[in-house]
Design a protein around this ligand. Structure first.
Ligand SMILES: [Zn+2]
Length: 249
C-alpha cells in the first residue's frame, strides 16, 4: 500500500458516533475503494467536515494514508453533492440507502474500482433527479454491482451449460447459478420458475432497454430474488435493511 496525502472523491456509506466529539465514517472512494476514517471533532455543529459527511453525500476527502493502517484520520471533507430530493421521499431514500448498503457489503477495503465508483455516484444523482423511478434504478444498479463484483447475472444464456436461452417458458432462476435453461434446471433439480414477464424485466434492466406496462409487483419480486442470490454469494450479506424498514411502515 502507498503512503502519503490522498485527495479523492468519495460517497459517504455510513456514520457511527465515536466518543463525545468524533465520528467513524465509512466511505467508498474513487481512488482507494472502501475506507474507514476517524473524523475528530466532527460532532461539533461548527465542524464543516462533520456536516458534509452525512450518509449519501458525495464529498472530497483529504487524509494521510499510512501503510498497514485500517482506520485513517480524515483531515477534511468538503461537500461536492447533497441529494436533497432523495431525503424528502421515503421510497427514494430507501433505494438510495440500499445503494450505499450494497457498496458497503459487496466491496472489500482498499480495492479501487473506477467504474463502480462512477456508476454509484451517477446512481445517487439519478435517484435525486425529478421524475426518477428509484426502484427501477435500484434494480438496474443491483445487476451492475453484481457484475462488478464478479458474480454477474446473464439472461441470454444458461449459467450452467452456456447454451442460448430459447424456450422462455422453461427458464428458471437459481440462487447459486442465476438463469438456468429448462434442461439444466430439470437435471440439477434446482431453481424457481420465473414468468416470461419477469424474464423480460431482467432483460430490460441489464440491457438498459425501457420496460413498459409491467405489474409493479414484478419489481419487488425481483428485488427479493436478487437479495437471495446475493446472500448465496456473499456470506455476510443479510439483505437490504433500508428496504425492510420501508416494508415495516
Ligand atoms: Zn443449461
Amino acid at each position: 500500500m502507498r503512503s502519503g496525502l490522498v485527495r479523492t472523491e468519495a460517497i459517504v456509506l455510513s456514520k457511527l458516533k465515536y466518543s463525545d466529539s468524533s465520528n467513524i465514517v465509512s466511505f467508498y472512494t474513487r481512488q482507494r475503494g472502501k475506507i474507514s476514517g476517524l473524523m475528530k471533532g466532527a460532532r461539533s455543529i461548527k465542524s464543516k467536515s462533520g456536516l458534509a459527511t452525512d450518509v449519501l453525500n458525495i464529498v472530497e476527502l483529504f487524509y494521510y494514508e499510512k501503510e498497514g493502517r485500517e482506520l485513517y484520520t480524515i483531515n477534511s471533507a468538503e461537500l461536492v453533492y447533497h441529494p436533497a430530493a432523495v431525503l424528502t421521499d421515503l421510497v427514494a431514500l430507501a433505494c438510495a440507502t440500499s445503494v450505499a448498503e450494497l457498496l458497503k457489503e459487496l466491496t472489500v477495503p482498499h480495492e479501487e474500482n473506477e467504474r463502480l465508483y462512477r456508476g454509484s455516484d451517477k446512481m445517487i444523482r439519478l435517484m435525486d433527479s425529478p421524475g426518477a423511478d428509484p426502484l427501477t434504478l435500484l434494480l438496474r444498479y443491483f445487476f451492475f454491482i453484481l457484475e462488478e463484483s464478479g458474480v454477474g447475472i446473464h439472461f441470454e444464456s444458461c449459467a450452467a451449460c452456456g447454451s442460448a436461452i430459447t424456450e422462455l417458458e422453461q427458464v428458471r432462476f437459481d440462487s447459486g447459478y442465476g438463469i438456468l435453461c429448462g434442461n439444466c434446471a430439470l437435471e440439477k433439480r434446482r431453481g424457481i420458475k420465473i414468468s416470461m414477464e419477469l424474464y423480460g424485466l431482467i432483460n430490460c434492466l441489464i440491457t438498459g432497454k425501457r420496460y413498459e406496462n409491467g405489474d409493479p409487483k414484478l419489481k419487488t419480486d425481483l428485488l427479493g430474488i436478487l437479495e437471495t442470490y446475493t446472500r448465496t454469494h456473499f456470506e455476510t450479506f443479510k439483505g437490504l435493511k433500508a428496504l425492510r424498514i420501508l416494508g415495516d411502515l
